[in-house]
Design a protein around this ligand. Structure first.
Ligand code: NZQ
Ligand code: ZN
Length: 390
C-alpha cells in the first residue's frame, strides 16, 4: 500500500431533479458561456434545447462549439480557444460524453494562454490558469466528470496523451442517468468496459491491498458486470443506467486508485496508442487488450491475484489448482468481453495490422521507457501483447 493524498473538489448533481439547477450553477461562474458538445446526439435527444432554456432563464449569453469527435482532436480545441479569447468567455459548459468533457478541459486551459494548447499535452505543462468548467454527462464511461485530466489526440503526429492538473476538475458535474438511455448498445458496452478497466488495472497488483479498498473495488466491478448487459438490452432501465453512471465517476475520481499508485495504469497507455493511430473506440481497444494482457502477466508472482479475481468476481470453484483458476478467470473475462458485451475480439477485425506495433509500444512506455504495473512491461513486452490481439 502506497502513501497517498486524496481530495476531490467536484460538486455532483445526480438525478433528473438536480438538472434543473444547471442554469443557476453556470451563472454563478459568469454570464458568457461557451457550450461545447459533440457530433449531434444532444440535438437529436432534445437535450440541447433544454440546456439552452435553462441558460436563457439565467440571462446567460451562449456561444457554441459543437462537433467534438470521439478521441477529441487538437485542431478543434484550438478553434474553441480562439472563440473564448475573442468573446471574453467566463465559463465553459460541456454537454456530452468523455470526449466532450476532455476537449473542454483543454479549452479551459488553452483559452488562458498565448501558446498552442497542444503544448499542455506534448510538453506536459501543468495549467496555471483555467476557465471554470461545468458539465452535463451523457454517457457513463471515462470518469472525466470527476477527474482532472483530459485525453487529447493529434492526428498529425499519431499522438494521444493527457492534459491535466487540479484546475481542470469540473466545478460541477450534472449526472442524470436518464440522459444515457439513448447511448447506443455498442457504446454502452465500450463505456462499461472502460469503467471496469479503470478499476481493475489498479486492482491487479502485487502490492498488498487494503481490505476496505479491495472489497469496494470488487463490489463496483461486480456492479458493472451485472448492469452493463442489462443496459444494453433495456436501454431505458434506470436502475442499470444509474449504477453505471455512478460507477463511472467513482472508478476514476482517485478513490479507487488511492494506494495503488505504482500499478495504475497499465493497459491504458497501450490502448491510447491504438486509438491514436487508428481512431478506434477507447473501450473497444481496452476489451481486446485486456484478456491478452492478463495471459501475458500470469506468473508464479501474480497468480494469487487471479485466484481472487476468479473466485470473487467470476464465481469459480476455489478448490482447484491456482493456475487452473487463473486460466478459467481469463476465459470468463474473454467471454464477457466478446460474447456478453459483443465487442470485436481481435485487432484484425478492426483492420489493424502489426506495422506500427514497435512505434506504438515505444510510445506507450514513455516517459520512463517502461510501464510499471502489475508486471513490468518494456516495449518488447507491449509488442508481444499487441501481437496476441491480432
Ligand atoms: O458526439 P455525439 O453525437 O454526442 O455522440 C457520442 C459519440 O459518438 C455518443 N454519445 C454520447 N452520449 C450519448 C451518445 N449518443 C447518444 N446518446 C447519448 N446520450 O457516444 C459516442 C462516443 O462518445 P465519447 O465521448 O467519445 O465516449 P466516451 O465517454 O467513452 O469518451 C471516450 C474518450 O475519453 C477518453 C478516451 O480515451 C476517449 O478519447 N478518456 C478519458 C479519460 C479521462 N478524462 O479521465 C479516461 C479514460 O481512460 C479515457 O482515456
Ligand atoms: Zn479509460
Amino acid at each position: 500500500m502506497s502513501n497517498f493524498r486524496w481530495s476531490n473538489p467536484v460538486t455532483v448533481y445526480f438525478g433528473p431533479e438536480q438538472f434543473k439547477e444547471l442554469g443557476k450553477v453556470v451563472a454563478s461562474y459568469g454570464k458568457r458561456c461557451l457550450l461545447v458538445y459533440g457530433g449531434g446526439s444532444i440535438k437529436r435527444t432534445g437535450l440541447y434545447d433544454k440546456v439552452l432554456d435553462l441558460l436563457s432563464e439565467e440571462g446567460i449569453t451562449v456561444f457554441e462549439k459543437g462537433g467534438v469527435e470521439p478521441n477529441p482532436k487538437i485542431q478543434h480545441i484550438r478553434e474553441a480557444c480562439e472563440i473564448c479569447k475573442e468573446n471574453g468567455i467566463d465559463v465553459l459548459l460541456a454537454v456530452g460524453g468523455g470526449s466532450v468533457i476532455d476537449a473542454t478541459k483543454c479549452i479551459a486551459a488553452g483559452a488562458c494562454v498565448d501558446f498552442d494548447p497542444w503544448d499542455f499535452v506534448a510538453k506536459r505543462i501543468m495549467p496555471q490558469k483555467a476557465l471554470p468548467i461545468v458539465d452535463v454527462l451523457t454517457a457513463a464511461a471515462t470518469g472525466s466528470e470527476m477527474d482532472s485530466g483530459g485525453i487529447i489526440s493529434n492526428p498529425e503526429t499519431n499522438d494521444k496523451e493527457g492534459v491535466g492538473g487540479p484546475l481542470l476538475y469540473p466545478k460541477a458535474s450534472f449526472l442524470n442517468p436518464e440522459l444515457t438511455f439513448t447511448v447506443p448498445k455498442a457504446q454502452t458496452a465500450a463505456g462499461s468496459f472502460d469503467i471496469l478497466s479503470h478499476i481493475w488495472e489498479g486492482w491487479f497488483t502485487t502490492e498488498p491491498p487494503m481490505t476496505m479498498l479491495d472489497e469496494v473495488q470488487k463490489v463496483v466491478i461486480r456492479t458493472v458486470i451485472k448492469y452493463a448487459p442489462i443496459a444494453m438490452e433495456e436501454p431505458d432501465n434506470l436502475e442499470a443506467r444509474e449504477n453505471l453512471m455512478w460507477a463511472s465517476s467513482w472508478a476514476m475520481n482517485g478513490f479507487m486508485s488511492s494506494g495503488f499508485g505504482k500499478s495504475w495504469p497499465t493497459n491504458h497507455p497501450i490502448e491510447h496508442q491504438l486509438s491514436a493511430f487508428y481512431d478506434i473506440t477507447h473501450g473497444v481497444g481496452l476489451a481486446i487488450l485486456t484478456p491478452r494482457w492478463l495471459r501475458y502477466c500470469l506468473s508464479d508472482e501474480t497468480v494469487s491475484r487471479y485466484v481472487t479475481f476468479g473466485t470473487d468476481i467470476w464465481g469459480i470453484d476455489p478448490d482447484q489448482d491456482p493456475f487452473d483458476i487463473a486460466n478459467q478467470a481469463i476465459e470468463k473475462t474473454e467471454e464477457f468481453c466478446f460474447k456478453t458485451l459483443g465487442i470485436p475480439s481481435t485487432l484484425t477485425e478492426l483492420g489493424i495490422g502489426e506495422e506500427h506495433f514497435q512505434e506504438m509500444a515505444e510510445k506507450a512506455c514513455q516517459p520512463f521507457g517502461v510501464i510499471n504495473g502489475f508486471r513490468r512491461l518494456e516495449p518488447k513486452d507491449v509488442v508481444e501483447i499487441l501481437k496476441m490481439c491480432l
